[in-house]
Design a protein around this ligand. Sequence first.
Ligand code: AMP
Length: 395
Amino acid sequence: MKTLNDFNFNNKKALIRVDFNVPLNDDFVVTDATRITSAKPTIIKILEDGGSCILMSHLGRPKGVEEAFSLKHIVGKVEDIIGVEAKFVSNCIGAEAEAAAANLKPGELLILENLRFHEEEKQGDKAFAEQLSKLGDIYVNDAFGTAHRAHASTTIVAEFFTENKCFGYLLEQEIKSIDKVLKTGEKPVLAVLGGAKVSSKITIIENILDKVDHLIIGGGMTFTFIKAQGGTVGDSICEDDKMELALEILKQAKEKNVQIHLPVDVLAADAFSNDANTQVMDVNTISNGWQGLDAGPKSIALFHDVVQQCKTILWNGPLGVFELERFANGTIELGNSIAEATKKGAFSLVGGGDSVAAVKQFGFEKKVSYVSTGGGAMLESLEGKTLPGIAAILQ
Ligand code: AMP
């Protein structure tokens, strides 16, 4: 696996695919610069080597050239974070971009206009990728968030750098974190899968059964498993057409010696609202008119014990409707348990969508080993797929 440290960038121009798809407010001010900060170590290493950086990214979903999605809005923020003045070109390919790249001196930074102003980017167009490739000597992919897309700048462009291509520090860290869970993790390995639906997690569950010793299933997914085994789930979210699949998963887990832990009780509510009446109910006997919206106290204690036994922990998906304060406790307590296990030496990875939002909202970011920066890319990695952006560097 070729990484940044395999290269000396002295007098070299690095063409870096970053993920600067940051949120902007109505005044075009960056409201969360995490993605820019995440790319900083890669950029600094190259500049300190005596190289220059050409940064390319997409921003939002423009239809053609749309001023509102111009990367010029983020130039100031990048300068603040990297601590270096940045040049900007209003087209990512063509004569202007080529001249700007050619004139770039060691230690300088150039930001290209939004890649998605050209529809060829998402189409993975080869001629467009070749035009991009002319701008740099070494291609660096540091955009995990788009590594599952075979776009021109994330995948196809790599073909034009036979040897001179590598992962940036962020992407390297993402790959190593996933490997640490799925391939080289110290046993016992635990996956906690929560979230709303079995259907959106099924491929992950199937892949993960071969890798883990324990699997905690929580959140809305719980009720399909409970009903399939003969429980009554009241008005809880449940996918009747996935009940057979749920039984098959339980059977497979048994065959593969994976211990599955489901909630034993829930905090049930008479409405999907913070103002609802609530009561703790046995997960197998939820009355009509009531829906399980969070893990109950016995489940939280049970999950805590499982988490403390494990040395490698993957967490994807909340244990309840954490967006509503009344039903956030199970997710917060799981975060506390994982933080405690991490403090005792376990490796913990949080990845994929809403669990990342929950971890940030409740302040667990620094208390777990790694929080992934890629939603879809993380989910596809957990499904066992080789991401095209990663494969393109390895080839
Ligand atoms: P996912 O994107 O699949 O990880 O699902 C995350 C969503 O699952 C969040 O918006 C939660 O509110 C929702 N969720 C978690 N537990 C439940 C539950 N018991 N009932 C309904 N929705 C839930």
